[in-house]
Design a binder for this molecule. Structure first.
Ligand code: SF4
Length: 64
């Protein structure tokens, strides 16, 4: 995404099936390729994974 993906914004490369449209291509951002999923990130279900992501975004948001 031009300028990067802002917190809370759905990536434009995420398909309707929650798959990365850039997976397996050289266009996939390095930060995405470098992400190593861990059980604590995924939780037991999609809701827990989204809660974790939301917390990460809040904790790494630029200060005011
Ligand atoms: S892996 Fe990266 S490029 Fe692909 S959908 Fe997720 S955030 Fe977007």
């Amino acid at each position: 995404m031009p300028g990067g993906k802002a917190a809370g914004v759905r990536c434009v490369q995420l398909t309707g099936e929650y798959l990365c449209a850039l997976h397996g291509t050289s266009a996939k951002p390095a930060v995405c390729n470098g992400l190593k999923p861990m059980p604590e990130m995924c939780g037991a279900d999609r809701g827990q994974a989204l809660d974790y992501l939301d917390r990460l975004e809040r904790e790494t948001a630029p200060g005011e």
